[in-house]
Design a protein around this ligand. Sequence first.
Ligand code: URA
Length: 187
Amino acid sequence: MFETWEELENSIVDCNKCKLYKGRQNIVFGTGNKNADLMLIGEGPGADEDRLGEPFVGRAGKIMNLAFQTIGLKREEVYIANIVKCRPPNNRNPEQDEADSCMNYLRNQVILVKPKIIILLGSVALKNILGQEYGITSSRGKWIEKKGIKYMPTWHPAALLRDETKKIDFIKDLKLVMEEYKKESSD
Ligand code: URA
């Protein structure tokens, strides 16, 4: 584990720990407030993220930004990262060996940010962070606390694009997060 962002960021520059490095234009490391109380973890970069090197800047990111506006959260306040830092081909889910190879980077990001709350966006984030036994449909909207961090699983924003009804759940889950976030930030 690295104790500074600089060391951690330098360590990933030439990463070839898994096959995803072959197709990447940019490593999508993470973005936002490195001292955030609230962190979000997605799945992996899509085409726009790969092109721009920043998470959630494509269609899924736009819908997430709108949800942030609705609940009064500023994107710059939070830290956003993904399970895998390089784009899986054709936006497929990351394979287990890819997620596993990338996990130490994410662990190190969490250690450095020290968030109080983590939103897990979708099944890939949920299963890789909390365990394969968790299912997104039954876990979303419920707090799960582990090692002093409060986790809130919710739908992946891309799922809202496929199924409008999930928007209601998503906003509901984010509102629960906002209540807790306000409490935590005033401590
Ligand atoms: N989907 C994700 O899971 N992460 C991104 O950064 C973009 C889309």
